[in-house]
Design a protein around this ligand. Structure first.
Ligand code: SAM
Length: 280
C-alpha cells in the first residue's frame, strides 16, 4: 500500500477537523485525490524539486504533490484550522512536508527552499493574481522559481495566455509571456470543488525564461503597458501621451502605428517601445 492510501479520505478529514469552508478565505476544496495527483503532474517532474505550495487547506493537492514524489514540500496556509489535517500528512511523509501558518502575502518563504523550486497553488483568485504579479516582477531575474502551476478562474487564465487581437489580451498577458512560457494545462468544472464555485477554473503552468523574450527594462515596460491598456479603446498616440515626450516618433521607431490600439500591439513591439521610451 502506498503512503497516500494510509491517510483517511479527504471528506473524513474535513469532517473530523470540522473544516467548514470559509468564504472569506476563498475556500473551495479539491477532494478527489486522482484529480489532485493530475494537477500535481502538470507541474512537471517533482522528484528533484522543492515545492512551495500556497494555501494547502485540508491537503488534497499537498497529498498529490507528495504522491508524485516531490523531494520536499513547504506549504503556507493562513487558516490555522487546517494545521491538524496537515500534521497528519506530515506524519505520513516524514521529513518531506513543512507547514507554515502564515499569510502568503506577508511572508516570502522562498529562502527556506533549495533550487530547483516549483510553486504550486490552488488559491483564492485575488490572492493568486497578486502573487503571480509579484513572482513575475522580482527585483532580480531569474527569480527563485523554475515554474508556477496555479489555479485561476478560467477567465483570468485566458488573460494570462492571451494573444494580441483578443479581448483578453492585456497587462497580465504581457507580463506573464515576456518572462515565462505560459499555457493552460487543464480546465476544471465547478463540480470539481467543494463547495462548487459559480465559475469554471483552469490550471496555468508557467515556466520561467532565464532571459526575457525581448530586451526591455521591466519598470519601463510595465509603465508603457499600464498606460496603453488603461485606455485600451484609445489610439496609442493619445493613451501614451503622458508616458514620454514625442510619443508618436517613438511609436514609429518601434514599428507601431500611432493610430493603433493597445490590443493590436505584440509583445515584441511593446518591448521595442519600452526601449525607445527608456532612451529618455
Ligand atoms: N489547496 C487546497 C485544495 O486544493 O483543496 C485548498 C484550496 S482553497 C481554494 C484556498 C486555500 O488558500 C484555503 O485553504 C485558504 O485558507 C488558503 N488561503 C487563502 N488566503 C491565503 C493567504 N493569503 N495565504 C495563505 N493561504 C491562504
Amino acid at each position: 500500500m502506498s503512503t497516500i492510501d494510509s491517510l483517511p479520505p479527504l471528506r473524513d478529514v474535513i469532517n473530523t477537523h470540522e473544516l467548514r469552508a470559509k468564504k472569506s478565505l476563498g475556500q473551495n476544496f479539491l477532494l478527489d485525490l486522482n484529480l489532485t495527483a493530475k494537477i500535481a503532474r502538470q507541474a512537471g517532474d517533482l522528484t528533484e524539486c522543492d515545492v512551495l505550495e500556497i494555501g494547502p487547506g485540508p491537503g488534497g493537492l499537498t497529498r498529490g504533490l507528495l504522491a508524485e514524489g516531490a523531494r520536499r514540500v513547504l506549504a503556507v496556509e493562513k487558516d490555522a484550522r487546517c494545521l491538524p489535517a496537515l500534521a497528519e500528512i506530515e506524519a505520513a511523509y516524514p521529513g518531506k512536508l513543512d507547514v507554515i501558518n502564515a499569510d502568503a502575502l506577508e511572508l516570502d518563504p522562498s529562502d527556506r527552499l533549495s533550487a530547483p523550486i516549483r510553486v504550486v497553488a490552488n488559491l483564492p483568485y485575488n490572492v493568486g493574481t497578486e502573487l503571480l504579479v509579484r513572482w513575475l516582477t522580482p527585483k532580480e531575474w531569474p527569480p527563485f522559481w523554475q515554474s508556477l502551476t496555479l489555479m485561476f478562474q478560467k477567465e483570468v487564465a485566458e488573460r494570462i495566455v492571451a494573444k494580441p487581437g483578443s479581448k483578453a489580451y492585456g497587462r497580465l498577458a504581457i507580463l506573464a509571456q515576456w518572462r515565462a512560457d505560459a499555457r493552460i494545462a487543464m480546465t476544471l468544472p465547478p463540480e470539481a470543488f467543494t463547495p462548487a464555485p459559480k465559475i469554471h477554473s483552469a490550471v496555468v503552468h508557467l515556466t520561467r525564461r532565464d532571459t526575457p523574450l525581448y530586451p526591455a527594462d521591466g519598470a519601463v515596460l510595465s509603465r508603457v503597458v499600464a498606460s496603453a491598456f488603461n485606455q485600451r479603446r484609445k489610439m496609442l498616440r493619445a493613451s501614451l501621451k503622458g508616458v514620454a515626450p514625442n510619443i508618436e516618433d517613438r511609436l514609429i521607431a518601434a514599428g507601431i502605428k500611432p493610430t493603433e490600439r493597445a490590443e493590436q500591439v505584440s509583445l515584441e513591439q511593446f518591448c521595442a517601445l519600452a526601449r525607445e521610451v527608456a532612451r529618455g
